[in-house]
Unconditional design. Sequence first.
Length: 320
Amino acid sequence: MSTDTFSLQAVVQLLVELEWTYIAAIHTDDNYGFSGIRTVKELAEKHGICVDVVESVSSTEDFTSDTTRRNLYEKLEKQQDRAQGRRLGIIYFGNKNVIKSLLNRIRYDSKFREVIWMMTDFVGISEDVFRTVENAFSGFITISSAEVMINGEREYYMEKWRNRNSMSSDPIERLLAEVDNNTLESYRVDYVRPVVDAVFAMATAFNDVFQEKCQSYTTVCDGFWEYLQMNFLARLKTVKFSYSSLNSTQEPKELIDLDKKIEFSDKGDYMPSKTTPLYDINVYRNGKLEKVRNDRQCTCSPSSRAKCPIRSLSSTPWRI
């Protein structure tokens, strides 16, 4: 899995609005971490923002080693010195288990109480990452996939959860029977919309290829599967789909009402639009993550600092 350009643009846009010119960074040593930190450094540089990489850590690191922790702490202390008495912001690219382990270890060191953490969409709305460390740092900001509660999907999931059984004929119910009760608590509503979009995008591409090859046929024509294999990915990249094209009595009603659209860039990135925010900006306070805005409420260019108010974040003391 790699980070996409638009999620990183949302990160840099937020840094611009907060008027941060220096931020430290930690990432995991996998594709997600390396590609994310490389791209965000390139984007941030265009705005005069220095992203100073502190450390690359293993994607399975649990920070139980005294040596590992001591080496990381020493590097972070140097970053704090460079912040010259102002709050140090640290952005993290990696899976939630690594940062959860780090926060639970580092919270006992009072030297880092003024740190503000920023997490990308791999952490997203996982509140369990912050639950035991809320008062140990100055604050937490996360980027997550734009959340849309699709009630039909939620009801379907809960039905499968109630009926989970290792002997069930339903593969989803058998799969859910293999996991513990924490799975229900960690249900990620911010993942639902991208999954639904992916299903509709693939169905649209499949139908386009079918119409192109089989035309007036109502069933699969000769040579279709070979033609699909050769053309499906190329057609998927050119998909343009609007939920408003569906009948208003169909599902998902929530996306139909929003007139949500699906379109991809030449690089395969999901394109945002005025009716289609891709990411939410959240802050963790009072024991929960609160959405404060989305990535379509302000667009920053290198010369547009004055046009990008902090909006809901302006009441926080999070400027370094």
